[in-house]
Design a binder for this molecule. Structure first.
Ligand code: G1P
Ligand code: ZN
Length: 541
């Protein structure tokens, strides 16, 4: 064991989902080791404990895991469970932490951000419930990074993580586990695999795009080898360190091939994709994209069709910028709908306290109490279970949902890599103007209320302030402005627009056209284009 002297890096503050930086940034001397030691220093009672380690296989995953293992051994950890090849999808890691009663885990991923030697990398700590560390813990870790002066590591050869089974590293045991097995068992308990198999046997077809990311092996094992979809159903199924040079982001831009297939005459019945680390999902039917906000609402309304949720759901939670579609499902079911800040960690307390069963975010994240992360493949399997039970097309299910509950036209516009000062100033000015906005009229739209969202956690009564500026209009429409907490370059301004349309005769307009007035108002109020010099957003979802 060796103790290595180090000096702090000022920029190790974890964001929405852990510490995210470019790979070369992580490769600076001691950069990763400092952060890992800060985690270990913050956790009490590491002695003899079990930790789970794995990642999405992106560039630097392997090297980072070898360092983490050697540091864990030097810090008294008893046992580390690591996915074969260093792989564990984020939801699978959450499941392994819970299922095997580990103290916690270190998850390596930059989610849907590009990989490769110049791409992004990320690290976060998950606690014993399987979920991301709450703010109280991440701020302690951050504080520790600011004063760290040494880290501990053992000298040893790198372990071969390709071989299943146990090895030792100094006094510590390393168990290389099958990354898929625990997860596949959990899915088999939640869903009616027999019914889905019958659907597939009846000729139902799908395509799953794993985007050269971590869900390839999971989707192949479950969809093809277990549920009977023909080989080739899962495409881009081999995880690669650079995701084949693509962004492993399951949206209509980066999963364009899949989207085009689903719009074409040869479209299969169902199309889906997941991101770099397997926690996000994209849901498509023949000629139809299901927005994540609608998907959350539809899954909440239909979850009882799957065995794991047959007794009904306790409640729903959505992040604040997510559309209010889920709220109306909860109201109809007579269960609460909680509104939380952006980021999955805010769902943890609600799930642990059994106040909610299903949660979701507009950013393609949906999940349930089965783990403490959002779960891309889970959402796909729940959709399959619902499709198998209802025997309707995706389009019929979506339209039926709108007729019953009303439709929320919804879009998000992202202005990426803008000047950080410009972005901060925009938010600062919006906050300063909040008091003057209510009562302002723009054509048919009148601002009824304006605020900056503050969350009061109903379980532990912690608060999270400054979570996004909201303009609420008299007709129920809404505009939200917030800055991303996951970007690695400059600042990203996210603009979220939501308009409720209860009239079935007016639910079939093109989304951007239906929201054009509100988009113009959003720009007018905040001066986005004038301040950023951009004439349009970089990404529209
Ligand atoms: C983004 C999403 C957010 C999600 C997070 C991690 O964070 O908006 O919903 O939880 O990625 O996947 P943001 O960049 O907006 O802070
Ligand atoms: Zn992700």
């Amino acid at each position: 064991m060796e103790t290595i002297t180090t000096t702090p890096y000022a920029d190790q503050k974890p964001g929405t989902s852990g510490l995210r930086k470019k790979v070369p940034h992580f490769q600076q001397p001691h950069y990763l080791a400092n952060f890992v030691q800060a985690i270990f220093d913050t956790l009490e009672d590491l002695e003899g404990q079990t930790l789970v380690v794995g990642g999405d296989g992106r560039h630097f995953n392997d090297a980072a895991i070898q360092t983490i293992l050697k540091m864990a051994a030097a810090n008294g950890v008893g046992r580390v469970l690591v996915g074969q090849g260093g792989l564990l999808s984020t939801p699978a890691a959450s499941g392994v932490i819970r299922g095997r009663k580990a103290l916690g885990g270190i998850v390596l991923s930059a989610s849907h951000n590009p990989g490769g030697p110049e791409g992004d990398f990320g690290i976060k700590y998950n606690i014993a419930n399987g979920g991301p560390a709450p703010e109280t813990l991440t701020s302690k870790i951050h504080a520790r990074t600011q004063v760290i002066d040494a880290y501990r590591i053992v000298h040893a050869d790198d372990l071969d993580l390709g071989i299943l089974g146990s090895a030792t590293l100094g006094p510590m045991t390393v168990e290389v586990i099958d990354p898929v097995a625990d997860y596949a068992n959990l899915m088999a308990q939640l869903f009616d695999f027999e019914r889905i198999r019958a659907l597939v046997a009846g000729g139902f077809r799908m395509r799953f795009d794993a985007m050269h990311a971590v869900t390839g092996p999971y989707a192949t094992a479950i969809l093809e080898q277990t549920l009977g979809f023909p080989p080739g159903t899962v495409v881009n199924a081999t995880p690669r360190a650079d995701f084949g040079g693509h962004h492993p982001d399951p949206n209509l831009v980066h999963a364009k091939d899949l989207y085009e297939l689903m719009l074409s005459a040869d479209a299969p019945d169902f199309g889906a994709a997941s991101d770099g680390d397997g926690d996000r999902n994209l849901i498509l039917g023949k000629g139809v994209f299901v927005t994540p906000s609608d998907s959350l609402a539809i899954l909440a309304a239909n979850a009882h069709l799957a065995p794991g949720y047959a007794d009904g759901i306790k409640g729903v939670a959505r992040s604040m910028p997510t559309s209010a579609a889920a709220d109306r499902v909860a109201a109809k079911l007579g269960v609460p709908c909680y509104v939380t800040p952006t980021g999955w960690k805010f769902f943890g307390n609600l799930l642990d306290a059994d106040r909610v069963t299903i949660c979701g975010e507009e950013s393609a994240g949906t999940g349930s109490n089965h783990v403490r992360e959002k779960d891309g493949l889970w959402a796909v399997l729940l959709w399959l279970n619902v499709l198998a039970a209802r025997r309707q097309s995706v389009r019929e299910i979506v339209h039926d949902h709108w007729r019953t509950y009303g439709r929320n036209y919804y879009t998000r516009h992202d202005y990426e890599a803008i000047d950080a000062e410009v972005a901060e100033q925009l938010m600062f000015d919006m906050r300063a103007d909040l008091g003057t906005l209510a009562g302002q009229r723009y054509g048919a739209f009148e601002i009824a209320a304006a605020d900056d969202f503050t969350y009061h956690d109903p379980v532990d009564w912690t608060t999270a302030a400054k979570q996004g500026v909201r303009l609420r209009f008299a007709d129920g429409s809404r505009i939200v402005y917030r800055l991303s907490g996951t970007g690695t370059e400059g600042a990203t301004l996210r603009l979220y627009i939501d308009r409720f349309e209860p009239d079935p005769a007016r639910q079939h307009e093109e989304t951007q056209a239906a929201l054009a007035d509100l988009v113009a108002i959003a720009d007018h109020v905040a001066g986005i284009r004038a301040r950023t010099g951009r004439s349009s957003p970089d990404v529209v979802t």
